[in-house]
Design a binder for this molecule. Structure first.
Ligand SMILES: Nc1nc2c(ncn2[C@@H]2O[C@H](COP(=O)(O)OP(=O)(O)OP(=O)(O)O)[C@@H](O)[C@H]2O)c(=O)[nH]1
Ligand SMILES: [Mg+2]
Ligand SMILES: [Zn+2]
Length: 370
């Protein structure tokens, strides 16, 4: 049952239930969410369709996919309940919105849609800010010849990633993708697939999880762009009953950059590597032509780094601060200022967010339902 099918706004409050019923939000639509229970209920009920209690709404806390929640007002017969409490998060990826992320897979297609290095960099920068293991997946490998594939791998390797070539048509790389997923999550956690529309994220999940049958659609138009087929974030268990969940997410074309220049620089593995043996002369070095800079310009992605930096500098500071992200404090979600964002990003483990700077690209808005 989908939230919109139900036509109800509140669950029938029949039968008070103990507050110990807990689970994880696995899908979110409008004001409803699907919660996968930690322990099956009567008649083996595993999932409940839930609304948010007003009390929770008043705290300003938004429930996200991936959140651990406590439930009340459970109606086992109708499969309904209400989210009453939200457990503290380890982190929150703002777009795609997923909480408690343990790894991110940035997926871009080699063709249809064309691989755009600046767009890929924006996705990688966003994903890096989550502070969790990151995989770069190059899809539709069946569409290029071996020389072209090797050229892409050779080009992207110096970026600091180990690109994985995959094809859902030929099966290339699917077993390796599965093993990378399992290895870097120690068998559990939440892996997020993110990337532009039409690159084959849902197709990859269908290949990884037999019988899943997520909706996919051909790219269209002169630019061979995706059609925003996936509309909502949803978690799927890699193995039936397993602890590793993989998020399929709606594709979008223009990920936002962080508000903070330090955060931008530290999202480039090439910069991090160059700074390992000591910092630049000035703490606020922009790593362009600054005197005493240890990063220099002799790295392939430097022009792309420069474009991102110039975009951040051209945006109004107020805008930067207000959209730097959020954290939870005293039970409230509050804006994170630049310095806090930087501090938070340095912490391993309990980070709170990945910020957005630019307003959404109008091209990213999914077309209305057909
Ligand atoms: N040639 C080729 N086509 C593929 C491959 N994987 C997916 N496709 C096609 O690419 C198109 C888009 O696939 P989707 O899985 O819907 O892409 P998506 O990334 O989920 O797109 P959104 O949901 O819009 O974000 C479909 O026509 C797929 O059949 C592949 O490995 N090779
Ligand atoms: Mg999809
Ligand atoms: Zn520098």
């Amino acid at each position: 049952m989908s939230a919109t099918d139900s036509g109800c706004s509140e669950p029938p409050g029949a039968g008070a239930s103990p507050p110990s019923i807990k689970g994880r939000v696995v899908a979110l639509e409008a004001n409803f969410c699907q919660v996968q229970l930690d322990h099956p209920g009567p008649q083996g009920v595993l999932r409940l369709l839930c609304t948010r209690r007003t009390r929770l709404a008043k705290t300003g806390l938004q429930v996200s996919v991936g959140d651990r929640v406590g439930l009340e007002g459970v109606d086992w017969g109708a499969g309904r309940a209400a989210v009453a409490s939200l457990e503290p998060r380890n982190n929150l990826l703002v777009r795609p919105a997923v909480a408690n992320v343990t790894q991110v897979l940035v997926v871009v297609a080699l063709v249809e849609p064309e691989l755009d290095p600046l767009q890929l960099t924006r996705f990688l920068v966003t994903a890096e800010a989550a502070g969790v293991p990151l995989q770069l997946v190059l899809s539709k490998a069946d569409r290029l010849n071996p020389e072209e594939l090797a050229a892409w791998v050779e080009r992207l390797h110096p970026w600091g990633y180990d690109p994985l070539l995959v094809s859902t048509l030929s099966g290339q790389g699917i077993a390796e993708l599965r093993s990378r997923l399992v290895k870097s999550s120690c068998g559990g956690g939440i892996a997020v697939l993110c990337g532009p529309s039409g690159v084959g994220k849902s197709s990859l999940l269908n290949a990884l999880i037999p019988g899943l049958e997520l909706r996919v659609a051909a790219v269209s138009g002169r630019l061979q762009r995706g059609r925003h087929t996936t509309r909502h974030v949803e978690l799927h268990a890699l193995e039936a009953g397993g602890d590793l969940l993989v998020a399929d997410t709606p594709g979008f074309n223009r990920p936002a950059l962080p508000a903070d220049l330090v955060q931008l620089a530290s999202a480039f593995p090439e910069v991090r590597q160059r700074l390992q043996e000591g910092g630049c002369r000035f703490a606020n070095c922009r790593h362009l032509e600054d005197p005493g800079c240890r990063v220099g310009r002799d790295w392939p992605r430097h022009p792309l780094y420069r474009r991102c930096l110039e975009e951040i500098e051209a945006s109004p500071p107020l805008n930067r601060r207000s959209q730097g992200g959020t954290r939870q404090k005293g039970g409230r979600e509050e804006p994170l200022l630049e310095g806090q964002w930087r501090q938070a990003s340095r912490r391993q483990g309990r980070q709170e967010l990945v910020g957005e700077l630019s307003p959404p690209d109008p091209e990213d808005s999914a077309p209305g339902p057909p």
